[in-house]
Write a protein that binds this ligand. Structure first.
Ligand SMILES: [Zn+2]
Length: 211
């Protein structure tokens, strides 16, 4: 588990990145860190790109008394305007932000902010996603979290798209993506066909048992 660095008398900020595939618990880890800071009376807020329409605008991302406001913004430069008086800045779904985000985060860290970024490190094609590789390069602390492969139970690092859309950004959850390990990811649709075949066989066996 990530433990916050302990600085005595040091005022400068820093950048933390939490990355991984879909269903790996990135946002949960982001919220865990922010909640602890909030309990310590630090001012915290989460920002997310406006493209992420899966959740309501300005939705509160957790449900208890320590809820944290999540503010949708169009461009990373807005972060510099909207974070006056905030100590810890959370950024969720960072892969959807523009290419200026790494530079903006560095400015925020220099201003003394603790910046915690959560995002997908790879897109569904297995390629580095948006500004994430550059954020990983400039961060002081990196945590890679893993999902569990839905086919073999190993640690999953890849987001496999089970729907047919060709664009890089297709919003969705379990209806469109599966968390997979490297091997199962590269087996592609063969695995899905196998699963369908097994289900069909199972059905036939069940029917035979009934007869
Ligand atoms: Zn697997």
């Amino acid at each position: 588990m990530f433990l916050e660095p302990h600085f005595k008398g040091q005022r400068s900020g820093w950048i933390e990145v939490i990355c991984g595939s879909m269903f790996s618990g990135k946002t949960e880890e982001l919220i865990r860190r922010l909640k602890r800071a909030k309990i310590a009376n630090q001012k915290v807020e989460i920002f997310k790109p406006k493209v992420d329409t899966r959740y309501d605008d300005a939705k509160v991302v957790s449900h208890d008394a320590n809820s944290i406001l999540s503010v949708p913004i169009e461009h990373s430069s807005k972060l510099l305007e909207l974070t006056d008086g905030i100590n810890v800045i959370g950024i969720d779904e960072a892969q959807f932000f523009d290419g200026e985000l790494p530079e903006v985060c560095q400015q925020l860290a220099l201003r003394g902010n603790r910046v915690i970024i959560a995002g997908l490190d790879m897109d569904y094609k297995g390629k580095p996603f948006g500004p994430m590789p550059n954020l990983l390069a400039v961060a002081e602390y990196i945590t890679k979290v893993h999902a569990i492969c839905q086919h073999c139970g190993n640690l999953a690092t890849h987001s496999y798209r089970i729907s047919n859309e060709g664009e890089t950004v297709v919003l969705g959850e379990k209806d469109r993506y599966e968390a997979r390990c490297r091997t199962c990811y590269h087996m592609g649709n063969i695995l899905n066909l196998k699963v369908a075949e097994e289900k069909k066989e199972e059905k036939i066996t069940n029917q035979q048992t009934l007869l």
